[in-house]
Design a protein around this ligand. Structure first.
Ligand SMILES: Nc1nc2c(c(=O)[nH]1)N[C@H]1C(S)=C(S)[C@@H](COP(=O)(O)OP(=O)(O)OC[C@H]3O[C@@H](n4cnc5c(=O)[nH]c(N)nc54)[C@H](O)[C@@H]3O)O[C@H]1N2
Ligand SMILES: Nc1nc2c(c(=O)[nH]1)N[C@H]1C(S)=C(S)[C@@H](COP(=O)(O)OP(=O)(O)OC[C@H]3O[C@@H](n4cnc5c(=O)[nH]c(N)nc54)[C@H](O)[C@@H]3O)O[C@H]1N2
Ligand code: SF4
Ligand SMILES: [Mo]
Length: 728
């Protein structure tokens, strides 16, 4: 008899409610949960297709050990003992810092994964944690620390009440946005317009979102920083009563002064946005009764992610749109995660730096752009062992240097669902459970809810084959490394308790759910028992205006820091960039996400069929100048002026092109995540396509200097037609 179970999707930030129909341990069907208090029946194809990932015969189902150039199935005991032995040897000889971990995007959607992976690294005593946030949104966490005193303080747009929503570098219809949890993002933006408000998309591409809602303005890639400076110029020039702001923020007058050189007239030719439009936009933003300035990866991944995010928060504050109904609000969460995190982020943790380029840790993690040089350096504590958990850095990180450095490692472990490009080159591959196989609670995301709620899901089905939860894998690895305790974090208790409980009869153990129950009890807003009784989730009190400024800002003096010195100093780089010489033949490269796929891994999904792989988009005028016709093949390569050896440098990406005026002239857009020649999954390999991360430069010299975010968009590239071999 089939049964039904409510659960939620953990592929993107929307966390849509789902109902799984299950027969025995088979997922029969997954459909949207209309009773979910926030997603209300919204889902996309990926969420309802999660059953096919669960049953996919291409999954990794047993621990694998590399033997020569192939993998052999081994028992869990063999794998844990083998990895533990090498880890112990590396640590004994070279110290704990020589062990590094990269935690990729899916880990952030599983609270047990995040907590236990961090606890494992703390227990080892290694600061060498890298995450996908540094190819995604590091500037937001860096700036939050500088301005608000804590990386987790992320003001969220109050879309439900705003009059004006300005969207920079995001495509909500396709992506559901980032660093905000807002299911059915397009529908919610359409409501803004239906109630008489305005939505303005600013993007070098007329996106799927821009075609469906509001107004659209083209902007040249990498130049949003000038647009934001010019908006600040207009606000400052019009005059503003800064006295009340002085009660809640430091440096108001200095902040208003920074944009003096950036008049709309000067910025217009840089950005491609007309001066009158900039004037109008700035004043509409200031005067609206509730306006949101929102930026996402199009800016995070550009050359000035941190400056842009600083300007967005600063503009919102001086225009009275921060901590205001319809503006940006700071969620409180089901319990005080910010306070808890602050206790963990001791001075020792926040002062950690990488060895070579001395990048600081942002939100407890180093930038992945620096990992290759941390492996290649001659420093005695260089990285020698790497654990990659739910990440595919050899595919998702720009440049070729990490791929080269990978060969120098003495131990490479992947914890994954598939034989990704990265897993395929590891010594050990450990099979993880998928989202239908473990219990969950959207822990970090509760600070990003536009409409706060809480939901807990049990595992929908037991793990198939020998797949294991990450929390269990890290607990077992800790024990195999002979660690006396599991680190000075909130996870200190569980494995120690588990080891004690092993001596007791029965299957008693302290699981991640027990920890969650304690945390929810501490918050007092809901309990695990209530969430178990209401599996579609429960609403929590809405985000409240006038509760943050002067009240909850976790800086030393309780005020927002409007002119952090590092950010002010970086303005000089923006000045230089505006005057940089450019190759006149170059186009600027931007990314593109597609509805049916997700980063580099959803190409494994049996329903993704696109035999020609990814297709670039170019403006017809740019194509004509290069002799490129619609549907033909092109070659894209960085127009780098830096000398590089051919094997380390950018390699051209070859792919077909579609000509369209949805792009502004001078720009080429290429979908990311494609090109799986190095994958161990036959289906993904056959899909074709090109990974443009190989065509752009990488490494620490290509990271945004403040946050260490890898620069992925706005690179200058040369594009030329690929002639059929008979024509050459
Ligand atoms: N050129 C270019 N590069 C980009 C981007 C871009 O726009 N353009 N986007 C960047 C962004 S925003 C991000 S977030 C990164 C993502 O970069 P990564 O996080 O490094 O890579 P993903 O492609 O998300 O791969 C995730 C891996 O985790 C596995 N996986 C999925 N679910 C689970 C699970 O539950 N447990 C375990 N253990 N494994 C799991 C998948 O099989 C896959 O191998 O890529 C970045 N790279
Ligand atoms: N279907 C699907 N959904 C996803 C993902 C996926 O791969 N597929 N990935 C998920 C992940 S990991 C993330 S982080 C989020 C990201 O969510 P978003 O940040 O919304 O990501 P994108 O859809 O890539 O939108 C980025 C936009 O920035 C524009 N852009 C590029 N350069 C510039 C610039 O210099 N200035 C301006 N103003 N715009 C620019 C691009 O044209 C693009 O429209 O999406 C998540 N959701
Ligand atoms: S939008 Fe799609 S992928 Fe994202 S949470 Fe909802 S169902 Fe999952
Ligand atoms: Mo991302």
């Amino acid at each position: 008899m089939p049964r039904e179970q409510r659960t939620f999707c953990r592929i993107c930030e929307a966390h849509c409610g789902l109902i799984a129909q299950v027969d025995g341990d088979q997922i029969v069907r997954i459909r949207p949960d209309r009773d979910h208090p926030v997603s209300k029946g919204y889902t996309c194809l990926k969420g309802v297709g999660a059953g096919e990932i669960h049953h996919d015969p291409a999954r990794v189902n047993h621990p694998l050990k590399r033997v020569g150039d192939r993998f052999e199935e081994v028992s869990w005991q063999t794998a844990i003992d083998g990895i533990g032995e090498t880890l112990r040897r590396v640590i004994a000889t070279h110290g704990p810092r020589s062990v590094a971990m990269y935690r990729g995007n899916p880990s952030f959607f599983s609270f047990q994964h995040v907590l236990y992976a961090s606890a494992f690294m703390e227990a080892l005593g290694s600061p060498n944690l890298y995450t996908s946030v540094s190819v995604d949104s590091n500037p937001k966490f860096f700036v939050a620390t500088e301005m608000f005193g804590q990386s987790l303080v992320q003001p969220v747009p109050d879309v439900g009440h705003c009059e004006l929503f300005i969207c920079l570098g995001s495509n909500p219809l396709v992506s559901q946005m980032s660093i905000v949890s807002l299911p059915n993002a397009l529908g919610r933006l359409q409501e803004v317009v239906s109630r008489g408000g305005r939505v303005v998309t600013i993007d070098p591409r007329r996106t799927e979102t821009a075609r469906r809602v509001g107004e659209h303005l083209f902007i040249r890639p990498g130049t949003d920083v000038y647009l934001l400076l010019a908006m600040l110029h207009v606000i400052a020039d019009d005059g503003l009563d800064s006295a009340p702001l002085g009660l809640v923020a430091n440096g108001v007058d200095e902040f208003l002064d920074i944009a003096k050189p950036w008049t709309p007239a000067r910025v217009a030719p840089l950005t491609g946005v007309r001066a009158e439009t900039i004037n109008e936009l700035a004043r509409s933003f200031r005067d609206a009764r509730g306006a949101c300035l929102y930026m996402s990866t199009g800016l995070n991944m550009g050359p000035f992610g941190s400056l842009c995010y600083w300007l967005i928060q600063g503009l919102s504050l001086v225009c009275g749109q921060l901590d205001r109904r319809g503006g940006l609000l700071v969620p409180e969460g089901a319990f005080d995660l910010v306070g808890l995190y602050q206790q963990l982020e001791t001075p020792e943790v926040s002062q950690r730096k990488t060895l070579v380029s001395e990048f600081p840790a942002v939100s407890g993690a180093f930038p992945i752009a620096a990992l290759a040089e941390e492996i290649e350096t001659d420093h005695p504590e260089r990285v020698r062992a790497l654990i990659v958990s739910s990440g595919n850095p050899l595919h998702s990180v720009p440049g070729a240097d990490l791929s080269k450095a990978f060969d120098r490692l003495e131990l490479r472990v992947a914890i994954d669902l598939y034989l990704s490009e990265t897993a395929q080159r590891c010594d050990w591959v450990l099979p993880a459970t998928d989202m239908l196989e473990h219990a969950d609670f959207p822990l970090g995301w509760m600070l990003l809810h536009e409409r706060p709620y809480a939901q807990f899901t049990e595992a929908v089905v037991p793990p198939k084959f020998e797949r294991r939860d990450e929390w269990r894998i890290f607990s077992d690895l800790a024990i195999a490394c002979g660690l006396p305790a599991f680190g000075p974090t909130v996870c200190n208790l569980p494995p120690r308790l588990n080891r004690m409980l092993k001596w007791l009869p029965g299957s008693l153990e302290f699981r991640p759910e027990h920890l969650l129950a304690l945390l929810l009890k501490m918050g007092g807003k809901t309990s695990l028992a209530e969430l178990r009784a209401k599996p579609s989730g429960v609403l929590l009190p809405p985000n409240r205006p006038a509760t943050f400024l002067g009240k909850r800002v976790p800086t030393a003096d309780g005020r927002v820091q409007l002119v952090p010195p590092k950010l002010v100093a970086d303005l000089a780089r923006a000045e230089r960039y505006a005057q940089r010489p450019r190759d006149r033949d170059a186009l600027q490269l931007i990314g593109l996400r597609e509805r049916k796929t997700h980063n580099s891994w959803f190409h494994n999904h049996p329903r993704v069929k696109q035999p020609s792989g990814n297709v670039a988009r170019m403006h017809p005028a740019d194509a004509a100048r290069r002799g490129i016709s619609d549907g033909s093949d092109i070659e894209v390569c960085a127009a780098t002026t830096e000398p590089h050896r051919i094997e380390d440098g950018p390699q051209p990406a070859r792919l077909p092109v579609k000509l369209t005026d949805e792009l502004c002239e001078g720009v080429i857009a290429v979908p990311h995540g494609w090109g799986h020649a190095g994958s161990g999954n036959q289906r993904a390999r056959r899909l074709g396509g090109a990974n443009y991360n190989r065509a752009i430069p990488g490494g620490s010299s290509n990271a945004e200097p403040l946050s260490g975010q890898a620069i992925i968009v706005a690179h200058d590239v040369l594009v030329r037609p690929v002639r059929a071999s008979t024509e050459i």
